[in-house]
Structures are given as C-alpha cells and as structure tokens.
Design a protein around this ligand. Structure first.
Ligand SMILES: [Zn+2]
Length: 319
C-alpha cells in the first residue's frame, strides 16, 4: 500500500555539488611560484632523455619524482638542486621549462602570476643578466603568442628575482642590480629563498643593504619566513622583518610574538598550504588561515593590474 505521508521537508537546503573541474574554472592569482619549482617531472624527463649519457647519479626524474614520493625539507633541497642544476643548465632548457611552466599556469586558470627565480650564470657568456633576459623574453613571447589563448585567459605575468641564502653580499647586490635594470620589462620584486637551514641565526642580516636598496628603488619585497623551527630566540625572523617586507612566505613556525607582529604590520602572507603540508613543514594543523589576507591587496604589479583583478572577481561573483 502506498504511503500517504509526505516526506519531511529538509530544514537546510542541500549542499550544492560542484563538478570536479570546478576549481580549474576559478580565476586564480599565483604570488608564490618558483620557476624551477613549478616544472613537471614529465618536462624534466624530456630534458633528461635528451642527455647523451645521463650519469648513474642522475636517474630518470619520472622514476624518482613519482606521484606517491614524499619529500621533506631535508630531502627536497638536495634533489631539487641536483635536477635543476644538471638539467636546466643551457639557454635552450631554460626556454623549454619556462614555456612549459607558463603553459601550465595558464591552463590552470591563473589570471595573474608573479613568477620568481634565482638568476644563474648558464655559461653562455651573458652571465646572470642573460638568464633574466631569457626568462623575460619567454614571458613576453608567451604573452603575445596566441590571440585565441589571450582571449580565453590573458594571464599577466611578472617576475620576482630571488636572492639565495647561500649567496654572498656581492651576489645579492647583483640580483638587486638586475631587478632594478629590468623593472620596465616586468621585474616587480625581490625575494629571499633557499634552504632555510643554510644560514643559521642572524646571518641573513648581511643582506640588509641589498633589501634596503630594493625598497629604495620601489621594488616589492617578499621573504621566505619561518619555514622551519629555529632555536635562535626569533633572531632570524626579526632580521627578516627589518628588511621591511611587503609579504612573507610560508610562516609555519613564527612563534606567537612574531605571528602577532606579522598581523599588526598587515603583511601579505603567501600561505603555500600545499607546499607546507607536502614538504612536511607543518602537519596541516596550524592556524595559518588566521594570517590569510586578500591576495589582490598585496600584489607587486602595477595599480592597473589590481583594478583589473578586482573587476574579474566582481564579475565572477555575479555570475
Ligand atoms: Zn618558496
């Protein structure tokens, strides 16, 4: 017999479901993307395959960087350095990888990208200047390539140059010189990156002059910040804050006092959640989201970009 009782009316509307492709359609702003850290293992494999005699110390990247391989902060950097320095060591490989990275970001719906890289001397006779120029040429070429792609996603890309913690003061100053020289071609900021164990304590203070010069020149400043716990009473983090950064990256282990200072200063925080968790910098339990700020407020690019992004997001909100 058929029941005459009407089914109960749910008190809450059903949770909307989104197709798995939904995140890909969202317009995205990427502010913490390392050029060499964004290369797919498949691209590294292509470069590796082209080596006439790959040494046994350099196995196929696809065999090492499998989807299930887990790295932490100690195992990641040596592997990263080995592959990057041995496979991206010519102008041609730099062009190939830069193009591949830009293609991936555009395909992922990134509408505004600040890519960062540490200038290297590739032995072409053009020094680190040639490295920066090559990356900027790739960005310019990519940005003007296909009209169809431009219409679909006119991704705007800017460049941040990184000082590696292992750099000397002279090397750091050379990075600042290059950043200033290429400002009108899209270099918007200066970064401090590299293995956080490489310069203990307040040794990062040796870069104070370099960052002061960048600020004076009007460049944005971001620093990798509190990626690992340090037993130095917060000395390194205070040194980094003295660089007057506009943004700080990771912020996994700042300690309560420094965390509050980051909030009080209103710094933009590049949370890098997936990297923090995948590299074991945090266990995913930290209250990182307390530090999150609206990314549009802390981009380094020109004001017109900020306006464009506000418009994109307003439009997205209403559709
Ligand atoms: Zn980083």
């Amino acid at each position: 017999m058929q029941s005459t009782t009407a089914p109960p009316i749910p008190l809450q509307p059903a949770t909307p479901t989104f197709p798995p492709s939904f995140p890909h359609h969202l317009p995205k702003i990427e502010l913490h993307a390392h050029l060499t850290g964004s290369i797919r293992p498949a691209t590294l494999h292509t470069l590796w395959s082209a080596l006439p005699h790959p040494p046994p110390s350099l196995p196929d990247p696809l065999a090492v960087l499998t989807p299930t391989t887990r790295f932490d902060i100690k195992t990641f950097f040596p592997l990263f350095s080995t592959y990057i320095y041995k496979l991206i060591n010519t102008k041609a490989s730099l062009i190939t990888t830069t193009h591949a990275v830009l293609t991936d970001f555009r395909a992922d719906g990134v509408v505004y990208l600040e890519l960062r890289t540490t200038p290297r001397d590739l032995g072409t006779g053009e020094g680190k200047d040639g490295y920066v120029r090559t990356v900027l040429d790739c960005i310019a070429e990519f940005s003007s390539a296909s009209e169809e792609e431009q219409e679909r996603n006119p991704m705007q890309t800017y460049l941040i140059l990184s000082i590696d913690r292992r750099n000397t003061v002279a090397e750091a100053m050379e990075v600042v010189d290059l950043a200033i020289k290429y400002r009108d071609r899209g270099v918007v900021g200066l970064d401090l990156c590299g293995n956080p164990h490489a310069a203990p304590g307040d040794e990062v203070r040796r870069f104070a002059g370099a960052f002061a010069r960048a600020k004076e020149a009007g460049l944005g400043v971001t620093v990798h910040f509190a990626e690992v716990e340090k037993d130095d009473g917060g000395e390194e983090l205070r040194a980094l804050l003295d660089f007057r950064p506009d943004r700080v990256g990771h912020v996994c282990h700042p300690g309560e006092g420094i965390r509050q200072e980051v909030l009080d200063r209103g710094l933009g925080v590049e949370l890098c959640v997936s990297c923090n968790v995948m590299a074991g910098l945090t266990e995913g339990k930290d209250d990182l989201m307390r530090l999150a700020r609206k990314p549009i407020e802390c981009i380094f690019g020109p004001e017109k970009e900020r306006q464009r992004l506000y418009e994109i997001f307003r439009e997205f909100e209403t559709t």
